[in-house]
Design a protein around this ligand. Structure first.
Ligand code: BTN
Length: 245
């Protein structure tokens, strides 16, 4: 079945819309829902995702990666981040992936990703890739720490549809790649990581202390391994460590 592309004027959240749609109907793999306006856009950790209406790309795509084991589900985050990175790299350089899956331009956030996997037995039965890419928004609310958009970087408007088309092409390629070889994708992900090249400050949320360390690796389950200045190696799940920018 060919993917369906639905462009909505307004919805609460494209992730929620797509989750409800796949329960009601057989939605072909690769189908996409975009919205010009999201009234309840969702971010990571229960946060809100806000975007000026019509200015940015806010969309979700459904995959059915039943060949991916539940304990390897992070590979879906990795290919999503890589596909966004490549789409944006068509316009600007210096795009990287901030672990686990924010997309950064230099030290600023240009894209947020919210992956929602549905698990059956020990595999992923469906995966909703929710992506918000800042494209033509010129100003952001003050409460956002470090947002940036394409227009702020390159000084001209970019076609939202064109960025979507680029993402769709790249994710298709990466999706094929992980069927055959997940390891090469993990290497590409590591090579694309923000601050993968030396000592940086991090905040250890468990021990409530600032540390300096370098990123050693990202494990297949998504765990980040840091090596502290004194040689100690620490492993972190999402939200257990923060980059200090
Ligand atoms: C983050 O907190 O960084 C993740 C933000 C993800 C936002 C996108 S916008 C399209 C999709 N629908 C949502 O409600 N959220 C995601």
């Amino acid at each position: 079945m060919n993917p369906i592309i639905r462009h909505l004027e307004e919805t609460t959240s494209t992730n929620t819309y797509l989750q409800e749609w796949i329960v009601k109907e057989e939605v072909p793999e690769g189908s996409v829902v975009t919205a010009r306006i999201q009234t309840q856009g969702r971010g990571q950790a229960g946060n809100k995702w806000s975007a000026e209406q019509g200015k940015n790309l806010t969309f979700s795509m459904v995959l059915y990666p039943t060949f991916v084991a539940a304990n390897e589900q992070f590979i879906i985050s990795q290919i999503t981040a890589l596909a966004v990175k490549e789409a944006l790299s068509r316009y600007v350089s210096d795009i990287s992936i901030k672990w686990p899956n924010d997309i950064y331009y230099r030290d600023q956030k240009i894209t947020g990703i919210l992956i929602e996997n549905n698990l059956t037995e020990r595999v992923i039965s469906s995966s909703i890739l929710g992506i918000g890419i800042n494209i033509n928004q010129q100003e952001f609310p003050d409460y956002l720490p470090n947002p940036v958009s394409l227009i702020q970087i390159i000084g001209k408007e970019v076609s939202i549809q064109e960025v979507l088309d680029l993402f769709v092409a790249h994710i298709g390629r990466y999706y094929e790649q992980i069927r055959a070889d997940k390891e090469s994708v993990r290497i590409q992900y590591f090579d694309s990581l923000y601050r993968n090249d030396g000592l940086y400050a991090f905040y250890d949320m468990l021990r409530k202390e600032e540390i300096r360390g370098s990123i050693l690796s990202v494990e297949p389950n998504g765990i980040l391994r840091l090596q502290k200045e004194d040689g100690e190696i620490r492993s972190y799940w999402f939200k257990e460590v923060q980059y200090i920018l």
